[in-house]
Design a protein around this ligand. Sequence first.
Ligand code: FAD
Length: 490
Amino acid sequence: MVDDADAVPTELQSELAEILGPEGLITERSQRRTYESDGLTAYRAVPALVALPVSTEQVSGVMRACARHGVPLVPRGAGTGLSGGALPHPDGVLIVLSRMRRIVDVDVLNQRITVEPGVTNAAVSRAVAPHQLYYAPDPSSQIVCSIGGNVAENSGGAHCLKYGFTTHHVLGCELVLPDGQVVQVGAATLDPPGYDLRGVLVGSEGTLGVVTQVTLRLLRRPESVRTLVADFTDPASAGTAVSAIVAAGVVPAAVEMMDNLAIQACESDAAAGFDVNAGAALIVELDGPEAECDASFAEVVALCQESGATAIRIADQPDERARVWQGRKAAFAAMGRLAPDYLVQDGVIPRTRLGECLARIAELAADAELRVANVFHAGDGNLHPLVLFDSSRPGETERAEALSTAIAELCVSFGGSLSGEHGIGADKACSMPKMFGAEDLAIMDRVRAAFDPDGRCNPDKVLPTPRLCGERPGRYRPHPLETAGVIERW
Ligand SMILES: Cc1cc2nc3c(=O)[nH]c(=O)nc-3n(C[C@H](O)[C@H](O)[C@H](O)COP(=O)(O)OP(=O)(O)OC[C@H]3O[C@@H](n4cnc5c(N)ncnc54)[C@H](O)[C@@H]3O)c2cc1C
């Protein structure tokens, strides 16, 4: 068998072995296969080599060597991404940052922390909890996903409605460019002069270089937190409640919605006390000074009731609140209780069009003869339709993929976006022209080329290419009618 490690020059393999030492380079095919996909398991490719650096110097050395040999590279954090962003290149080096997990500095007075990229999201808040501080962005994968991955994806979470996404909490990064140079992007101070390259880097999905250190903003823990679960007969009336809350000027920390299928899955997985007969449920959380929280909470209860809530449960004990969030955050994994396979979609729509959009998704699902569960950040209009299917049934995977793509493009047609937080990755690059014109894409391409002129850093991700999306005709294949002798080519 031809080993795909042969895809890279043997000199590169020797150079990387020298830079990384025996612990830091994986050449064995069976071990490289561990990294063949991220959370989007439908896409797989075995990397030619896997590098596991422990320092910026090693990352820089690996990238310099790859540049000398013209070899592509793909950064990877914890591999929980859902858009195929960390999908390896079969002829390239996968740079896995999970061994770089040092907390470099905690600056309590200035409410900042500097960490290496492999530190998990949850570990940041854990490290500063004794100082009554925390890190606000809270993806549901926070126990596992890395800060490097969060920066690359501009990750969000339930509490990003009030506190903003990763980009609002990253002050500066150390970045290793594809040619191995180490640069600083952003700064620990607010509003540094010059172009906002920090803003360009956050959300760039590993296409501009490898992030090796991140300085994050920390927040003080709120004085008071109030949480409720409101049941509704259908998602449309829950959507009305969301609009009413926002229109009243209340800014909740989080507003999450689950439809009936999602409630069933979460409840059977986490037994969080959700009513499995409810058509939809809203989780609303308020935080802040106690007096303000109490007043706004009473208003939210009234608004839910006026919008048709059939029941309201107040989770006022910390353990009860924790159970509600555990139930919600386990939603994706819980889908395994409803179907052997599922695809997670991630699109944004204007919040005011929630009911209309969910109804259209239900129609598309009926046409495809598949079920779709919905669990999402309702306050931001960030949908996560979960397309349920069974890959052992012929044709069902293809139908599920087509439905998932149709849902993402539906979000764009509603005036929304192809992605809210999971990124474009390998999955949705070919849908980018649905959202951006040729000129917009060309500008993005030029920004990318300014960091990576050779196009070796996470190639074939985010931006569509003719090769990737088949925009140019491929190899000639005869039309079936031609084969059957009905028509002829001349
Ligand atoms: C159960 C589940 C729940 C989830 N919930 C949420 C959620 O609520 N909100 C949300 O936003 N996402 C969510 N996600 C998606 C995922 O966890 C996030 O996108 C996360 O930020 C990915 O981090 P990671 O370390 O796993 O990155 P990876 O998957 O390893 O990589 C993701 C991207 O980042 C790039 N990258 C990784 N590290 C670096 C680095 N150091 N430098 C440069 N580029 C890098 C990779 O090339 C890739 O493009 C969820 C995923 C799962 C499986």
